[in-house]
Design a protein around this ligand. Structure first.
Ligand code: AMP
Length: 307
């Protein structure tokens, strides 16, 4: 019944046109598990950090119902570090630095108590490790969702393609879909990616929303038009966490349910970008989440009568 989330737990340094941060807590699994925790109790986290990672954050995970027995803490080693700089339009960014540190030797050990998971979120991480996690599950989860990024396409394409072939849902952004397939048209790219193995594909388009593809069906969710976008870091992971958190709470993996999942994911991502780092997603109330989802409903609802 439970949800297992793997991915990076990290330190990030971010620069956007609105400001700059020193090392703050980030990481794909951090954003995804916190986002999912608004929908699902008992989330199991598998990741690795160094001795420099603050114990208060581990306590915060636990307080949010995110079990950290699978979070390895490596003595004398440093946590994964990423730094990025956003362009004026905030839809694209450059990676300034990626220091794998503890990630370079990460052996993802899945505690016995986490083996019963029905929903698996493979957050952004080395594809070989994502694959190892799938292979280490004694029973295949009912739904495996995978996120990745251009960094791995550049240095681990073979492993990436193997891993993609093993999952049910792939989430990537538009530039990555184009890079993965060599097709500029997202419809053509989607068709190619669905042939690589996943039954569902979500292409995230930043402020232009997200597309969900399945066989010949397509669903589109807009992004909420926001007055201020401060920092898009983690929006993709927050989206994925909301998506799988919702699906695991309703335990329905039909296309209709996934459409709702895309709306929940988009709502969570819209919070993420409103402040730097985790600040906004960390302190939401259920009422705020509910109201935000209703804003999405209002945004896309219309009546039409055709003659
Ligand atoms: P997103 O903005 O959704 O792409 O995710 C940003 C998060 O991904 C940051 O908090 C980073 O720590 C993390 N990240 C950046 N590069 C990588 C990478 N190569 N592998 C795994 N996680 C990464």
């Amino acid at each position: 019944m439970s949800l297992l989330v793997i991915g990076t737990v990290a330190f990030d340094a971010i620069e956007t046109p609105f400001g700059k941060t020193d090392k703050i807590i980030g990481g794909a699994a951090t954003y995804a598990s916190i986002s999912a925790s608004y929908f699902k109790k008992d989330i199991n986290l598998v990741s690795v950090v160094g001795e420099d990672f603050p114990s208060e954050m581990i306590k915060t995970f636990e307080e949010k119902g995110i079990h950290t027995d699978g979070l390895q803490i490596k003595k004398g080693e440093k946590t994964f570090f990423w730094s990025g700089k956003y362009h004026e339009d905030m839809n694209s960014r450059d990676t300034i630095d990626t220091q794998l540190n503890v990630l370079s030797t990460f052996d993802p050990i899945i505690p016995e108590a986490f083996q019963d998971c029905e929903f698996l979120m493979l957050g952004n991480l080395m594809p070989s490790i994502q694959m190892m996690v799938i292979n280490r599950m004694k029973t295949r989860p009912k739904l495996i969702v995978m996120d990745t990024m251009n960094f791995w396409m550049e240095i681990a394409m073979d492993d990436l393609l193997k891993t993609i072939s093993m999952v049910d849902v792939l989430t990537i952004n538009d530039a990555e879909a184009r890079q993965l397939t060599g097709d500029y048209s997202l419809v053509k790219a989607a068709r190619k990616i669905l042939k690589m193995g996943p039954k569902y594909l979500i292409i995230k388009k930043g402020e232009h929303g997200a597309l969900l593809f399945h066989e010949d069906q397509v669903f589109f969710a807009p992004a909420l038009p926001l007055e201020d976008v401060f920092d898009p870091t983690g929006a993709g992971d927050t989206f994925a966490g909301g998506f799988i958190g919702y699906l695991s709470s309703v335990r329905d993996i039909s296309f209709e349910s996934m459409k709702r999942g895309v709306i929940y994911g988009s709502a969570m991502a819209s919070f993420c970008v409103e402040k730097f780092g985790l600040e906004r997603v960390m302190n939401l109330t259920d009422k705020e989440v509910e109201e935000r989802v209703l804003e999405f409903v209002d945004l896309v609802q219309f009546d039409i009568t055709l003659e």
